[in-house]
Design a protein around this ligand. Structure first.
Ligand SMILES: Nc1ncnc2c1ncn2[C@@H]1O[C@H](COP(=O)(O)OP(=O)(O)OP(=O)(O)O)[C@@H](O)[C@H]1O
Length: 260
């Protein structure tokens, strides 16, 4: 099986602070991973490395076949979709939903380039597939937080990424909007040509069964990595959090964690 990315003994330092320490990790094709970590664990820094925004201080990092230092970063970025609430601040609030989705094709904020009718149809089809048909024709500014996140995911998919990063996509969503968004993510994961998914969260209950692999990050170090089946349990998670916790099974495969 091919590789989506591989970290070999990757560290990242800023001043006298080692933000990421000796990261060894591989994502193979067709794998979906979730990253779990407390505030300051290094999750965003890890994502920035993958996206080519920053470079490792040491070690070897390969993303989508390109070795850092020998690959074109703009080309790499085109193959990676990154959905985060931070992106919302950059968008033009008056733009129509379908234009925002379409702009993903050109990796631009706003559509300034010439586009074909087929491309616009493609944007609408993606929205439709994600259950966002009723959003077509609405300006982005009137959407709820959950609807905005859906549009950002559709925008990322427009570029047909090989890797889709969902960086705390449920931030700010109420209970029901969160569940709806998660179910849309499950739909994407179930598609035959789905990109590899990388889902970052603070909450275990958001880790759907489609995320079969889990990385536990603490203070810039990988504490555990492997299958969710092996890691989503009370013993492993209390060791990881270094606090007494209690787990609650939700349905067959989901798990919530509470401090005791
Ligand atoms: N450019 C930088 N210079 C110095 N320290 C940094 C820099 N960027 C991040 N850090 C530090 O590295 C650590 C990890 O930060 P990061 O944002 O990656 O954590 P995170 O897991 O994404 O946290 P959160 O869940 O709160 O978003 C933090 O202690 C942060 O202060």
């Amino acid at each position: 099986m091919g590789e989506i990315l591989s970290f070999k003994d990757v560290s990242l330092e800023r001043g006298d602070h080692i933000i990421l320490k000796h990261i060894d990790w591989t994502i193979h094709e067709k794998q979906n991973w979730a990253i779990l970590g407390l505030n300051g664990a290094g999750k965003t820094t890890l994502l920035k490395l993958i996206h080519g925004d920053i470079w490792p201080t040491s070690g070897q990092l390969k993303v989508l076949g390109g070795v850092f230092g020998h690959t074109s970063i703009p080309e790499l970025k085109r193959k990676i979709g990154w959905v985060s609430t931070a992106l919302q601040d950059w968008l033009h609030p008056g733009d129509l939903v379908e234009s925002i989705v379409l702009s993903g094709k050109f990796a631009s904020i706003g559509v300034y380039e010439h586009y074909t009718e087929a491309e616009m149809d493609q944007a609408k089809t993606i929205l439709n597939r994600l259950g966002g048909k009723r959003l077509i024709g609405k300006p982005y500014r009137v959407l709820s937080q959950g609807e905005r996140q859906l549009v950002l995911i559709a925008r990322a998919l427009m570029a047909k990424p090989e890797l889709l990063i969902l960086d705390e996509p449920c931030n700010g969503l109420d209970l029901f909007a969160r569940e709806q968004l998660l179910q849309r993510v499950a739909l994407i994961a179930a598609e035959p040509n789905s990109p590899a998914l990388l889902f970052v969260s603070h909450y275990t209950e958001e880790l759907l069964p489609c995320f079969k692999n889990l990385l536990l990050l603490r203070n810039g170090e990988i504490v555990e990595k492997g299958s969710r089946q092996e890691l989503l349990n009370e013993a492993t998670l209390s060791k990881f959090y270094r606090e007494p916790i209690q787990t609650l099974k939700l349905g067959k495969e989901r798990v919530a964690v509470y401090p005791t």
